[in-house]
Design a binder for this molecule. Sequence first.
Ligand code: OAD
Length: 252
Amino acid sequence: MNNLISLELVRMLKKARKITVLTGAGTSAESGVPTFRDAQEGIWAHYDPQELATTQAFRRNPRLVWEWYEWRRNRIRAATPNPGHYALAQMASLVKNLTLITQNVDGLHQLAGSRDVIELHGNILRNKCFKEKNIVDTWTENGSVPPRCPECGDFLRPDVVWFGETLPGEALKLALQASASCDVFLSAGTSTIVEPAASLPFLALRSGACVVEINPVPTPLTMSATYVLSGYSGEIIPHLINHVWGETIRYQ
Ligand code: OAD
């Protein structure tokens, strides 16, 4: 794999003062969490997002949507971080300033030790009130599916961004700032299709950053990326840690 990482890229990463990383579902694939758009295993190859991941779908059939998210949550609760997650957590201790932005809702970066993760699409393990949007941690089980908000009695829903909804404002603001002000931008395991996250690497490019894509499959970013590391994030990111900074991966 050494051939994959040019000397120029090694130098660029070594001298970078500010690295911004954007991750997508591919970075959790090696933890057994399915991606969305992969042809065979992807979630959207088997389920219709319009029936499960919109406010209209929840209004139509809240029980179905809640139970589908419970099923996904159970898979995610059983998953553990992979070497790519640990390598990114370690990278933060090797670089002066590292910002980790994720589209993933599984919390695996945090489990691997990453701090201050910018969650663009929310977190599937949190819930909020459908009506008031406030986060709800505890409620009384009374047989209602979905459970009810203890404050207003409306349904609870997972704290994830559904199609047609806007992203959490503060998270998006921080992500835009970090993308426009980094020396190196790493885009790992994302199809670079879903906006506004898909625009972040292009913003970084326009702002003068070197953009590195890590993905086994070409995406709309591939032609524009400064470097393309074609392969799995769980192999390539640990390799970068080793090759660029001379460290071996610590599994916490
Ligand atoms: P996608 O499923 O669209 O893309 C996953 C990408 O990961 C693909 O380009 C794969 O080639 C790549 N990939 C697969 N395995 C990999 C591996 N081991 N290492 C590196 N790359 C790998 O997932 P996202 O781009 O994250 O939104 O999708 C963006 C958003 O669309 C998601 O956050 C979700 C979805 O609808 C919401 O839930 C709001």
